[in-house]
Write a protein that binds this ligand. Structure first.
Ligand code: DAH
Length: 379
Protein backbone atom coordinates (compact mmCIF):
# COMPACT_ATOMS: atom_id res chain seq x y z
CA UNK A 1 0.00 0.00 0.00
CA UNK A 2 1.41 3.36 -0.86
CA UNK A 3 1.56 6.16 1.66
CA UNK A 4 -0.99 9.01 1.32
CA UNK A 5 0.13 11.70 -1.11
CA UNK A 6 1.07 14.57 1.17
CA UNK A 7 3.26 16.37 -1.26
CA UNK A 8 1.74 18.80 -3.83
CA UNK A 9 3.26 20.11 -6.97
CA UNK A 10 1.47 23.32 -8.09
CA UNK A 11 3.01 23.01 -11.52
CA UNK A 12 0.50 20.30 -12.16
CA UNK A 13 -2.35 22.87 -12.25
CA UNK A 14 -1.69 24.64 -15.55
CA UNK A 15 -3.96 27.67 -14.93
CA UNK A 16 -2.21 28.55 -11.72
CA UNK A 17 1.33 28.63 -13.03
CA UNK A 18 2.77 32.08 -12.16
CA UNK A 19 3.67 32.81 -15.74
CA UNK A 20 0.13 31.92 -16.81
CA UNK A 21 -1.33 34.30 -14.21
CA UNK A 22 1.03 37.00 -15.40
CA UNK A 23 0.02 36.42 -18.98
CA UNK A 24 -3.67 36.69 -18.07
CA UNK A 25 -2.99 39.91 -16.18
CA UNK A 26 -0.92 41.38 -18.99
CA UNK A 27 -3.53 40.49 -21.58
CA UNK A 28 -6.18 42.22 -19.48
CA UNK A 29 -4.02 45.32 -19.07
CA UNK A 30 -3.28 45.38 -22.79
CA UNK A 31 -6.96 45.01 -23.66
CA UNK A 32 -7.89 47.92 -21.38
CA UNK A 33 -5.18 50.09 -22.82
CA UNK A 34 -6.32 49.23 -26.34
CA UNK A 35 -9.98 50.05 -25.64
CA UNK A 36 -10.54 53.29 -27.53
CA UNK A 37 -13.86 54.20 -25.97
CA UNK A 38 -16.18 53.29 -23.13
CA UNK A 39 -18.06 50.69 -25.20
CA UNK A 40 -14.85 48.87 -26.08
CA UNK A 41 -13.77 49.07 -22.45
CA UNK A 42 -17.06 47.52 -21.33
CA UNK A 43 -16.37 44.56 -23.64
CA UNK A 44 -12.82 44.20 -22.35
CA UNK A 45 -14.11 44.36 -18.79
CA UNK A 46 -16.49 41.44 -19.36
CA UNK A 47 -13.78 39.44 -21.11
CA UNK A 48 -11.14 39.98 -18.43
CA UNK A 49 -13.00 40.39 -15.13
CA UNK A 50 -16.32 38.60 -15.83
CA UNK A 51 -17.33 35.24 -14.35
CA UNK A 52 -15.85 33.28 -17.26
CA UNK A 53 -12.67 35.37 -17.65
CA UNK A 54 -9.35 33.46 -17.41
CA UNK A 55 -8.51 35.00 -14.02
CA UNK A 56 -11.94 34.18 -12.59
CA UNK A 57 -11.56 30.58 -13.76
CA UNK A 58 -8.05 30.44 -12.30
CA UNK A 59 -9.42 31.74 -9.03
CA UNK A 60 -11.92 28.94 -9.01
CA UNK A 61 -9.12 26.39 -9.38
CA UNK A 62 -7.65 27.48 -6.03
CA UNK A 63 -10.46 25.76 -4.17
CA UNK A 64 -9.32 22.40 -5.53
CA UNK A 65 -5.75 22.81 -4.29
CA UNK A 66 -4.45 21.09 -1.17
CA UNK A 67 -4.51 23.46 1.82
CA UNK A 68 -0.75 24.10 1.86
CA UNK A 69 -0.80 25.37 -1.73
CA UNK A 70 -3.87 27.58 -1.45
CA UNK A 71 -2.22 30.58 0.19
CA UNK A 72 0.51 31.05 -2.40
CA UNK A 73 -1.85 30.55 -5.33
CA UNK A 74 -4.45 32.82 -3.73
CA UNK A 75 -1.88 35.58 -3.29
CA UNK A 76 -0.73 35.25 -6.88
CA UNK A 77 -4.22 35.37 -8.37
CA UNK A 78 -5.39 38.05 -5.91
CA UNK A 79 -2.51 40.36 -6.84
CA UNK A 80 -3.18 39.84 -10.53
CA UNK A 81 -6.90 40.55 -10.13
CA UNK A 82 -6.14 43.62 -8.02
CA UNK A 83 -3.83 44.97 -10.71
CA UNK A 84 -6.46 44.26 -13.36
CA UNK A 85 -9.26 46.05 -11.52
CA UNK A 86 -7.01 49.02 -10.75
CA UNK A 87 -6.04 49.29 -14.43
CA UNK A 88 -9.71 48.99 -15.39
CA UNK A 89 -10.75 51.82 -13.03
CA UNK A 90 -7.93 54.02 -14.27
CA UNK A 91 -8.79 53.45 -17.94
CA UNK A 92 -12.48 53.96 -17.16
CA UNK A 93 -11.75 57.34 -15.54
CA UNK A 94 -9.51 58.30 -18.44
CA UNK A 95 -12.10 57.45 -21.10
CA UNK A 96 -14.91 59.16 -19.18
CA UNK A 97 -12.86 62.33 -18.92
CA UNK A 98 -12.15 62.13 -22.65
CA UNK A 99 -15.86 61.66 -23.41
CA UNK A 100 -16.87 64.58 -21.17
CA UNK A 101 -14.37 66.87 -22.84
CA UNK A 102 -15.60 65.79 -26.28
CA UNK A 103 -19.28 66.28 -25.37
CA UNK A 104 -18.53 69.75 -24.07
CA UNK A 105 -17.06 70.67 -27.43
CA UNK A 106 -19.52 68.81 -29.67
CA UNK A 107 -22.70 69.77 -27.84
CA UNK A 108 -21.75 73.30 -26.96
CA UNK A 109 -24.48 75.88 -27.67
CA UNK A 110 -23.30 79.00 -29.41
CA UNK A 111 -25.40 81.60 -27.70
CA UNK A 112 -24.24 84.23 -30.15
CA UNK A 113 -25.98 82.54 -33.12
CA UNK A 114 -29.15 84.28 -34.40
CA UNK A 115 -32.17 82.69 -32.69
CA UNK A 116 -34.83 83.47 -35.29
CA UNK A 117 -33.69 81.66 -38.36
CA UNK A 118 -37.02 79.81 -38.57
CA UNK A 119 -39.32 82.45 -40.08
CA UNK A 120 -42.00 83.51 -37.66
CA UNK A 121 -45.55 83.76 -38.90
CA UNK A 122 -47.29 87.09 -39.15
CA UNK A 123 -50.84 88.31 -39.13
CA UNK A 124 -52.67 88.61 -42.40
CA UNK A 125 -52.83 92.16 -43.80
CA UNK A 126 -56.64 91.99 -43.61
CA UNK A 127 -56.46 91.32 -39.88
CA UNK A 128 -53.92 94.06 -39.37
CA UNK A 129 -55.98 96.59 -41.31
CA UNK A 130 -59.19 95.57 -39.53
CA UNK A 131 -57.50 96.11 -36.18
CA UNK A 132 -56.00 99.39 -37.28
CA UNK A 133 -59.44 100.72 -38.26
CA UNK A 134 -61.01 99.39 -35.05
CA UNK A 135 -58.25 101.11 -33.06
CA UNK A 136 -59.21 104.48 -34.58
CA UNK A 137 -62.65 104.08 -33.03
CA UNK A 138 -61.44 102.53 -29.78
CA UNK A 139 -59.29 105.63 -29.31
CA UNK A 140 -62.48 107.69 -29.59
CA UNK A 141 -64.12 105.64 -26.83
CA UNK A 142 -65.95 103.06 -28.91
CA UNK A 143 -66.11 99.46 -27.69
CA UNK A 144 -65.61 96.38 -29.86
CA UNK A 145 -68.78 94.30 -30.27
CA UNK A 146 -69.01 90.94 -31.98
CA UNK A 147 -71.79 88.69 -33.16
CA UNK A 148 -72.09 85.17 -34.58
CA UNK A 149 -71.28 84.37 -38.20
CA UNK A 150 -74.10 81.81 -38.30
CA UNK A 151 -76.89 84.27 -37.65
CA UNK A 152 -80.64 84.18 -37.15
CA UNK A 153 -82.40 85.48 -40.23
CA UNK A 154 -84.30 87.78 -37.91
CA UNK A 155 -81.14 89.63 -36.86
CA UNK A 156 -79.61 89.63 -40.34
CA UNK A 157 -82.76 90.97 -42.07
CA UNK A 158 -86.00 91.45 -40.11
CA UNK A 159 -84.61 93.49 -37.24
CA UNK A 160 -82.92 95.71 -39.83
CA UNK A 161 -86.17 96.46 -41.61
CA UNK A 162 -85.53 94.33 -44.70
CA UNK A 163 -88.98 93.57 -46.10
CA UNK A 164 -89.77 89.85 -46.48
CA UNK A 165 -89.25 89.85 -50.25
CA UNK A 166 -86.10 92.02 -50.23
CA UNK A 167 -83.83 90.75 -53.01
CA UNK A 168 -80.86 90.44 -50.65
CA UNK A 169 -82.64 87.56 -48.92
CA UNK A 170 -82.77 85.55 -52.11
CA UNK A 171 -80.75 82.41 -52.47
CA UNK A 172 -78.42 84.10 -54.96
CA UNK A 173 -77.10 86.43 -52.26
CA UNK A 174 -77.50 84.61 -48.99
CA UNK A 175 -76.14 81.31 -47.77
CA UNK A 176 -79.09 79.77 -45.96
CA UNK A 177 -78.17 77.32 -43.22
CA UNK A 178 -81.82 76.60 -42.50
CA UNK A 179 -84.72 77.82 -44.65
CA UNK A 180 -87.36 80.38 -43.77
CA UNK A 181 -90.92 79.77 -42.65
CA UNK A 182 -93.42 79.32 -45.56
CA UNK A 183 -94.67 82.88 -45.09
CA UNK A 184 -91.11 84.04 -45.61
CA UNK A 185 -90.88 86.08 -42.44
CA UNK A 186 -89.15 85.02 -39.31
CA UNK A 187 -89.99 86.57 -35.96
CA UNK A 188 -87.69 87.13 -33.04
CA UNK A 189 -86.92 83.85 -31.34
CA UNK A 190 -88.23 81.93 -34.35
CA UNK A 191 -85.24 79.78 -35.19
CA UNK A 192 -86.59 78.67 -38.53
CA UNK A 193 -84.43 81.00 -40.61
CA UNK A 194 -80.67 80.72 -40.09
CA UNK A 195 -78.15 82.27 -42.48
CA UNK A 196 -74.44 82.93 -42.74
CA UNK A 197 -74.57 86.65 -42.01
CA UNK A 198 -74.39 88.70 -45.18
CA UNK A 199 -73.10 91.80 -43.37
CA UNK A 200 -71.99 92.94 -39.92
CA UNK A 201 -75.12 95.09 -39.47
CA UNK A 202 -76.94 92.40 -37.39
CA UNK A 203 -74.43 93.20 -34.64
CA UNK A 204 -76.17 96.61 -34.47
CA UNK A 205 -79.42 94.90 -33.50
CA UNK A 206 -77.73 92.50 -31.09
CA UNK A 207 -75.92 95.38 -29.39
CA UNK A 208 -79.04 97.51 -29.02
CA UNK A 209 -80.93 94.59 -27.48
CA UNK A 210 -78.03 93.84 -25.10
CA UNK A 211 -77.08 97.33 -23.96
CA UNK A 212 -78.74 100.51 -22.81
CA UNK A 213 -77.88 103.68 -24.77
CA UNK A 214 -75.58 105.50 -24.98
CA UNK A 215 -74.05 102.88 -27.26
CA UNK A 216 -70.82 103.41 -29.19
CA UNK A 217 -69.57 100.21 -30.78
CA UNK A 218 -67.37 99.09 -33.64
CA UNK A 219 -68.01 95.60 -35.01
CA UNK A 220 -65.33 93.96 -37.16
CA UNK A 221 -66.06 90.55 -38.61
CA UNK A 222 -66.35 88.01 -41.37
CA UNK A 223 -69.40 87.95 -43.66
CA UNK A 224 -70.61 85.66 -46.44
CA UNK A 225 -72.35 86.05 -49.78
CA UNK A 226 -72.97 83.62 -52.62
CA UNK A 227 -70.43 85.23 -54.92
CA UNK A 228 -67.93 83.37 -57.06
CA UNK A 229 -64.30 83.98 -56.15
CA UNK A 230 -62.82 86.26 -58.81
CA UNK A 231 -60.60 89.33 -59.02
CA UNK A 232 -63.18 91.58 -57.34
CA UNK A 233 -65.44 89.20 -55.40
CA UNK A 234 -64.99 86.65 -52.67
CA UNK A 235 -67.77 84.65 -50.98
CA UNK A 236 -66.15 85.27 -47.59
CA UNK A 237 -65.03 88.77 -46.79
CA UNK A 238 -64.70 91.22 -43.90
CA UNK A 239 -66.63 94.28 -42.86
CA UNK A 240 -66.45 96.85 -40.14
CA UNK A 241 -69.65 98.23 -38.75
CA UNK A 242 -70.01 101.32 -36.65
CA UNK A 243 -72.98 102.16 -34.47
CA UNK A 244 -73.56 105.15 -32.23
CA UNK A 245 -76.88 105.64 -30.42
CA UNK A 246 -77.24 108.51 -27.98
CA UNK A 247 -79.38 111.53 -27.27
CA UNK A 248 -79.20 114.21 -29.94
CA UNK A 249 -76.93 112.54 -32.49
CA UNK A 250 -77.20 114.00 -35.99
CA UNK A 251 -75.84 113.44 -39.46
CA UNK A 252 -73.19 116.07 -38.64
CA UNK A 253 -71.81 113.73 -35.97
CA UNK A 254 -71.70 110.94 -38.55
CA UNK A 255 -69.87 113.14 -41.03
CA UNK A 256 -67.36 114.32 -38.42
CA UNK A 257 -66.71 110.76 -37.30
CA UNK A 258 -66.13 109.58 -40.88
CA UNK A 259 -63.79 112.48 -41.57
CA UNK A 260 -61.82 111.66 -38.46
CA UNK A 261 -61.55 108.02 -39.53
CA UNK A 262 -60.17 108.74 -43.00
CA UNK A 263 -57.81 111.36 -41.63
CA UNK A 264 -56.47 108.91 -39.05
CA UNK A 265 -55.98 106.22 -41.69
CA UNK A 266 -54.97 108.18 -44.78
CA UNK A 267 -53.64 111.57 -43.66
CA UNK A 268 -54.85 114.83 -42.15
CA UNK A 269 -55.83 116.39 -45.49
CA UNK A 270 -58.38 113.63 -46.17
CA UNK A 271 -62.09 114.29 -46.41
CA UNK A 272 -65.31 112.46 -47.13
CA UNK A 273 -68.49 113.20 -49.01
CA UNK A 274 -71.95 111.66 -48.70
CA UNK A 275 -74.25 110.80 -51.60
CA UNK A 276 -77.91 109.91 -51.06
CA UNK A 277 -78.66 106.20 -51.18
CA UNK A 278 -81.06 103.67 -49.69
CA UNK A 279 -80.55 101.08 -46.96
CA UNK A 280 -83.55 99.63 -45.11
CA UNK A 281 -81.94 100.12 -41.70
CA UNK A 282 -80.87 103.75 -42.06
CA UNK A 283 -82.96 106.80 -42.86
CA UNK A 284 -81.68 108.96 -44.41
CA UNK A 285 -79.00 106.75 -45.95
CA UNK A 286 -75.89 107.68 -47.84
CA UNK A 287 -73.04 106.25 -49.79
CA UNK A 288 -69.80 107.49 -48.36
CA UNK A 289 -66.83 108.41 -50.56
CA UNK A 290 -63.38 109.46 -49.49
CA UNK A 291 -61.03 111.69 -51.40
CA UNK A 292 -58.79 109.53 -53.59
CA UNK A 293 -55.82 108.98 -51.39
CA UNK A 294 -53.45 108.65 -54.35
CA UNK A 295 -54.25 111.79 -56.40
CA UNK A 296 -56.07 113.73 -53.65
CA UNK A 297 -58.60 114.76 -56.32
CA UNK A 298 -55.99 116.34 -58.55
CA UNK A 299 -56.63 114.00 -61.48
CA UNK A 300 -60.14 115.38 -61.97
CA UNK A 301 -60.30 117.33 -65.25
CA UNK A 302 -56.55 116.92 -65.58
CA UNK A 303 -55.82 114.49 -68.44
CA UNK A 304 -52.07 114.95 -67.91
CA UNK A 305 -52.35 113.33 -64.50
CA UNK A 306 -54.73 110.38 -64.83
CA UNK A 307 -55.24 108.32 -61.65
CA UNK A 308 -55.68 104.57 -61.84
CA UNK A 309 -56.87 104.25 -58.26
CA UNK A 310 -59.98 106.40 -58.62
CA UNK A 311 -60.30 106.33 -62.44
CA UNK A 312 -59.71 110.10 -62.29
CA UNK A 313 -62.97 110.50 -60.39
CA UNK A 314 -61.19 112.08 -57.45
CA UNK A 315 -63.25 110.04 -54.99
CA UNK A 316 -63.30 106.43 -53.88
CA UNK A 317 -66.50 104.80 -52.69
CA UNK A 318 -65.92 103.33 -49.26
CA UNK A 319 -69.18 102.17 -47.71
CA UNK A 320 -72.75 102.82 -46.66
CA UNK A 321 -73.98 104.92 -43.78
CA UNK A 322 -76.89 106.86 -42.41
CA UNK A 323 -79.03 107.65 -39.40
CA UNK A 324 -80.36 104.51 -37.72
CA UNK A 325 -83.91 103.98 -38.95
CA UNK A 326 -86.36 104.55 -36.04
CA UNK A 327 -87.97 101.22 -37.00
CA UNK A 328 -84.72 99.47 -36.09
CA UNK A 329 -84.59 101.31 -32.76
CA UNK A 330 -88.17 100.22 -32.02
CA UNK A 331 -87.47 96.60 -33.05
CA UNK A 332 -84.59 96.58 -30.58
CA UNK A 333 -86.49 98.21 -27.71
CA UNK A 334 -84.91 101.69 -27.94
CA UNK A 335 -87.14 104.75 -27.67
CA UNK A 336 -86.74 106.71 -30.95
CA UNK A 337 -88.26 109.81 -29.32
CA UNK A 338 -85.36 109.96 -26.92
CA UNK A 339 -82.48 108.50 -28.87
CA UNK A 340 -81.08 108.78 -32.35
CA UNK A 341 -78.11 107.11 -33.90
CA UNK A 342 -75.84 106.78 -36.86
CA UNK A 343 -74.32 103.75 -38.50
CA UNK A 344 -71.64 103.03 -41.02
CA UNK A 345 -70.37 99.85 -42.67
CA UNK A 346 -67.71 99.00 -45.22
CA UNK A 347 -65.62 96.18 -46.63
CA UNK A 348 -62.03 95.66 -45.52
CA UNK A 349 -60.97 93.81 -48.67
CA UNK A 350 -61.91 96.81 -50.81
CA UNK A 351 -60.02 99.16 -48.52
CA UNK A 352 -56.95 96.90 -48.61
CA UNK A 353 -57.20 96.86 -52.42
CA UNK A 354 -57.13 100.56 -52.98
CA UNK A 355 -54.89 101.35 -50.01
CA UNK A 356 -52.18 98.98 -51.29
CA UNK A 357 -52.92 98.68 -55.01
CA UNK A 358 -53.94 95.03 -54.75
CA UNK A 359 -55.43 94.17 -58.11
CA UNK A 360 -56.79 90.68 -57.46
CA UNK A 361 -58.82 89.71 -54.41
CA UNK A 362 -57.79 86.07 -54.84
CA UNK A 363 -54.31 87.02 -53.66
CA UNK A 364 -55.83 87.78 -50.26
CA UNK A 365 -57.24 84.31 -49.75
CA UNK A 366 -54.67 82.03 -51.34
CA UNK A 367 -52.25 82.13 -48.42
CA UNK A 368 -49.10 82.74 -50.46
CA UNK A 369 -46.59 84.44 -48.17
CA UNK A 370 -45.06 86.25 -51.15
CA UNK A 371 -48.26 88.32 -51.14
CA UNK A 372 -48.42 88.96 -47.41
CA UNK A 373 -44.71 89.56 -46.72
CA UNK A 374 -44.51 93.10 -48.18
CA UNK A 375 -47.19 94.16 -45.70
CA UNK A 376 -44.73 93.57 -42.88
CA UNK A 377 -44.35 90.81 -40.36
CA UNK A 378 -46.44 92.28 -37.54
CA UNK A 379 -47.46 89.61 -35.05
N1 DAH B 1 -74.61 96.47 -44.33
C1 DAH B 1 -74.42 97.19 -45.56
C2 DAH B 1 -73.86 96.26 -46.63
O1 DAH B 1 -73.33 95.24 -46.29
C3 DAH B 1 -73.48 98.34 -45.38
C4 DAH B 1 -74.06 99.42 -44.52
C5 DAH B 1 -74.82 100.44 -45.09
C6 DAH B 1 -73.84 99.41 -43.15
C7 DAH B 1 -75.36 101.42 -44.31
C8 DAH B 1 -74.37 100.42 -42.38
C9 DAH B 1 -75.12 101.43 -42.96
O2 DAH B 1 -74.18 100.47 -41.05
O3 DAH B 1 -75.63 102.41 -42.19
O4 DAH B 1 -73.92 96.56 -47.77
Amino acid sequence: MSAPNKSYDPVEVEALKPEEIERMRDEALAAFAAAGDLDALAHAKTAHTGGTSPLALANREIGALPPQAKAAAGKLVGQARGAVSKALAARQAELEAERDARVLVEEAVDVTLPYDRVPAGARHPLTTLMERVSDVFVSMGYEIAEGPEVEAEWFNFDALNFVPDHPARQMQDTFFVRGTTPEGTATEGDESGVVLRTHTSPVQARTLIDREPPVYVVCPGRVYRTDELDATHTPVFHQIELLAVDEGLTMADLKGTLDHMVQALFGSDMKTRLRPNFFPFTEPSAEMDMLCYVCRGESVGNPDRPCRTCGSEGWIELGGCGMVNPKVLVACGVDPEKYSGFAFGFGIERMLMFRHNVEDMRDMVEGDVRFTRPFGMEI
